[in-house]
Design a protein around this ligand. Sequence first.
Ligand SMILES: Cc1cc2nc3c(=O)[nH]c(=O)nc-3n(C[C@H](O)[C@H](O)[C@H](O)COP(=O)(O)OP(=O)(O)OC[C@H]3O[C@@H](n4cnc5c(N)ncnc54)[C@H](O)[C@@H]3O)c2cc1C
Ligand code: SF4
Length: 551
Amino acid sequence: MSSILPVIHQAPLPLDRFIVRDAPGAEAIEMDVLIVGAGPAGLACAIELARLAKREQEGGGSLGELNIGVLEKAESLGEHNLSGAVVNPRAFSELFPDLKLDELPFRQSVPDEAVYFLTEGRAQRVPTPPTMHNRGFYTASICEIVRWLGEQAEGLGVNLFAGFPVDALLVDGQTIRGVRTTPSGLTRDGTPGSNFTPPTDLTARVTVVAEGTRGALGQAWREWQHVSSPNPQLFALGVKELWEVKRPLGAVVHTLGWPLPPAAFGGSFMYPLGPSQVALGLVVGLDYHDANLDVHELLQRMKLHPLFRRQLEGGQLLEWGAKTIPEGGYYALPVRRSGHGVLFVGDTVGLVDVPSLKGIHYAMQSGMYAARAAFAALKNGDTSARGLAGYDHMLDGSYILDDLRRTRNMRLAFKDGLYVGGFKAGLMTVTGGRFPGGMIAMEEDARTGRVTGTPTPFTPDGQLTFGKLDAVFKSGNATRDTIPSHLIIGRDVHPEVADFYSHLCPAGVYERVDNELRVNAPNCVDCKATDVLGPRWTPREGGSGPKYRAM
Ligand SMILES: Cc1cc2nc3c(=O)[nH]c(=O)nc-3n(C[C@H](O)[C@H](O)[C@H](O)COP(=O)(O)OP(=O)(O)OC[C@H]3O[C@@H](n4cnc5c(N)ncnc54)[C@H](O)[C@@H]3O)c2cc1C
Ligand code: SF4
C-alpha cells in the first residue's frame, strides 16, 4: 500500500488559454449581452433580461433593442445537463408569475419521502432530517426544463447558439470584452482537417458566465483577478441512471451508508418521474481516501441491494450520465462574483445547498439577479465592476445566501467521516447553523491523500448492472474518434496514478495499459471530476460529449 497526493500530478490551469488578450477578430459578432451556458442559470438570465428590455422598449425607454446571445457547448439544448432532480419551484414562480405550477416543465409533485440508512443487506428507515424535506416540491428532468426554458427565451427574441463551446474570455486590460469559441474539425494531432471551422469571436458589453460546475472560465477569471474564497471549493461526483420500471415509485428516497466506506461523504437518491420512470443516482464527495473508490461501480453494486433491486427488476436502463456538484457551500463562495464587464451565476459560483441537494432554483434566481444588474448597468452606461456590483449586493441579500449560511458547516463536518459528521450535522440543524461557531477549514480535494490497495473485482451482469463502456453508450455520446484530446495530463503519472484515474473517471476515459496511462478522450461526458483530481478538462469542438435526453 502507498499513498497518492493528486495535486502533485495535476497540470496547472492553462490561464493563457482561457484569458486571451487578442483584439476581437474583424469578423467578430457584436452583441449587447452574451451568456455562456444554456443551463437553468443562463436561460433564466436571458429570459429576465429579454423581458426587462421589452418592457423598457414598450415604455419608450432610451436603451433600444438589446441583442442577447446564449452560447451552449451541447449540440442541442439540454444534452449536457444532468441533475436529480427534485425542484423547489420558488424561482420558477418568480420568473413565470402568470403560469400555474402544472404548466411548468415538471414530471410530478413529490408524493412522499423516505430516508434510509443502508447496510449491505438491510435498509433502516430513519427520520427525514429537516434539511431533506421535499414536500411541496416537484420531480423533473433538467434536460426537459432546459429545453422548455430555451423555448421561452427564443420566444422573447434571445439568440441561442447551440453547439458553440466558449474556449476563452477575450480581455482588454481588466475588462471582459467577449468570448472566443472553440474551433472544430481538428484532426487528432491538432491540425485543421477537411471540415475545419475556425473559432468565432463575439463581443458584448456584459458577459454572463453560466458554465455550471467546475467552470474553466470561472476558475481562470478568479485566478487572474485574484478573487479568493474563505475555503476552497469542494466537489462531489454524481453518477445517475434513468430507468423504465414496471411499478411506480411512491416516494422520493434518499439513502446514507452502504455502499460507501465510512470515510467517504455521500449518499444516493431515487426519484419517481411519473408512473413508469425512476431516476437513480449516487453522489460521493471527491475528498474520499481510497484510491480504488469508483463511483460508477459503487452505483452498480448499490442496485443489487434489495431496496433498489425490488424497484428496478424487470425494468430497463434508459440513460446513464455523470456530473460533479460544487459542495463547498457558503465558505467556498468567491468573495466577488462580478468584475469589469462580467458576471458569474449558478454552479460556477457554487450556489448549491448540499444537505438538501438543491441548486436549480438558486441557479435560476442568480441568473435573474444578473439580468437585473446587467440591465441597470446598460441603462446607466456603466458596465465596469462598479456598475455591475449590484449583482453581488442582490446575491448577498438574497434567500440563497441565507440558506447557504444556515448549512455553512454541514458538508465540512463530514471530513471527519460519516458518524462524527452526522452527529455534528444534527447539532448544526438544531442550532440553525450556529454550532460549531467559526468556519471549519478545508483543503482542496486534490490535496487529500489517497491510499492505494487491491481493488475488489466486480463483474456487471448486463441486466441490472453495467460496465463503463455500456454506460457511455447509454449517455448517447457519439463524439468522433479522430478528435484531438481535450485533457491535459500532468506530471509523473506513474502506474498507480493511472489506476487512480481509471477508477475516478465514470466514463472509462483512463486506462492503465502496460504501466502507461491510455486516454480515450472521446468517451468523456464532461463530468469534470478529472479537472478536480486529475488531468485538466478543456472545452472541445461543439456537439462533442453526451446527448442526454431526460436526465
Ligand atoms: C447528480 C446531481 C443531482 C442533483 N440533484 C439536484 C436536485 O435534485 N435538485 C436541485 O435543485 N439541484 C440538483 N442538482 C444541482 C443542479 O443540477 C445544479 O445546481 C444546476 O443544474 C446548476 O445550473 P447551472 O445553470 O449553473 O449549470 P448547468 O446546469 O450545469 O448548466 C451549465 C451549462 O453550461 C454549458 N457550458 C459549460 N461550459 C461551457 C462552455 N465553455 N461553452 C458553452 N457552454 C458551456 C453546459 O453544457 C451546460 O449546459 C444536482 C446535481 C447533480 C450533478
Ligand atoms: S475524463 Fe474527466 S470529465 Fe471526462 S468523463 Fe472522465 S472524469 Fe469526467
